[in-house]
Design a protein around this ligand. Structure first.
Ligand code: SAM
Length: 321
């Protein structure tokens, strides 16, 4: 783990930890079959930079090597040439990179483990705005304009269906999709467009591993999910925490954690932001590991773990269910 004097602590606290770095690298360091649940929300395509530097000339570099625009480079080539996950010039590259990154977590996930991935969609615009943080198209926060290559399904005003493309690419990569849970967001703010409905839902995909033989078997407690056990859940979007605008709502993730990870099991969020999934995991008697690239979020997540560990100790760890 990175020893960084800027951060409050860089060791484990009661077996829980937040590591600073790229999920692509850190996923590959985990011991085989050591994680019960991977639950995460990666950056969405084409929305935010999360304060990191992205080099827009990465597409030109790729084309100058004689490649076709629609052939995605590996994630490693892309980042070494200045690219940032989520800011790929094409949604196809983004989908390929996500699949490649999650593949690196496959061995760490126990055979009976689960992976829950939250992803939202985006509309195509030839000129799109990228915000450092905050919500797309709204608020006064800084944004940059960038030109996105058009072609094929990438046309003005097109809803890109990025979550669906991702889920299908994961299925093609041997994951079994168990649910496409719809997170319905009743409180999304109004939009200026007058020719379409407001986008007010996101997807939460539940994947499990294929077994060597037979049907997939995995830990799942249906009595721990929302009343009605339906695959649509209505949860307000929160205002964010720790300077992060995309914090997981508790009501959305707690049922996933307690139904898909056994008590004392290990929960991993490889894009943990300020660490909401980690604190919920600990509060419900699980162990938590987080990865995060952006230093201020690492710091916030580590402080969160420290706070929740102290609270747990004071309560004598009685929260287990
Ligand atoms: C959608 S946010 C997750 C928010 C989180 N669910 C929470 O509740 O705070 C995605 C996070 O991934 C981080 N990130 C982006 N690229 C990354 C990478 N390659 N490796 C690790 N973290 C990354 C961003 O800094 C951001 O905090």
């Amino acid at each position: 783990m990175t020893a960084d004097p800027m951060l409050p602590f860089d060791t484990e606290v009661d077996g829980n930890r937040v590591e600073h770095g790229d999920a692509y690298d850190l996923l590959a360091t985990l011991p085989e079959a050591s994680v019960d649940l991977i639950i995460t929300s990666p950056p969405y395509w084409g929305l935010r930079s999360y304060g990191q530097q992205h080099d827009e000339s990465v597409l030109k570099k790729w084309l100058d090597l004689g490649n076709d625009v629609s052939d995605a480079p590996s994630y490693d080539w892309y980042r070494q040439n200045g690219g940032m996950l989520g800011l790929e010039p094409l949604p196809e590259w983004f989908v390929a990179h996500l699949v490649e990154i999650f593949e690196r977590g496959k061995d760490a996930l126990k055979p009976g483990g689960s992976m829950w991935i939250n992803l939202g969609d985006t509309y195509f615009a030839r000129w799109s705005s990228i915000r450092e943080n905050g919500r797309q198209g709204l608020g006064g926060n800084a944004r940059e304009r960038r030109r996105t290559p058009m072609g094929g399904f990438r046309q003005e005003k097109q809803l890109l269906m990025v979550p669906a493309r991702f889920a299908i690419a994961m299925q093609d990569n041997r994951w079994i999709l168990r649910n496409d849970l719809i997170w319905s967001k009743p409180n999304v703010p109004p939009r200026p467009e007058v020719d379409r409905l407001r986008l007010s839902h996101e997807h939460f995909f539940h994947f499990v591993k294929r077994q060597k033989e037979g049907r997939p078997k995995y830990y799942y407690k249906l009595d721990q999910v929302e009343d009605g056990t339906r695959d649509v859940v209505e949860v307000n979007v929160g205002s964010g925490s720790g300077g992060h605008s995309a914090t997981f709502p508790l009501k959305l993730i707690k049922p996933r954690i307690v139904s898909s990870c056994p008590p004392r099991g290990t929960v991993l969020d490889p894009f943990c932001g300020t660490g909401r999934a980690l604190t919920v995991a600990i509060e419900t008697g699980r162990k938590a590991i987080g990865f995060e690239m952006n230093e201020p979020f690492v710091k916030a997540a580590r402080l969160g773990l420290l706070g929740v560990s102290k609270k747990e100790q004071a309560q004598g760890g009685k929260r287990e269910r």
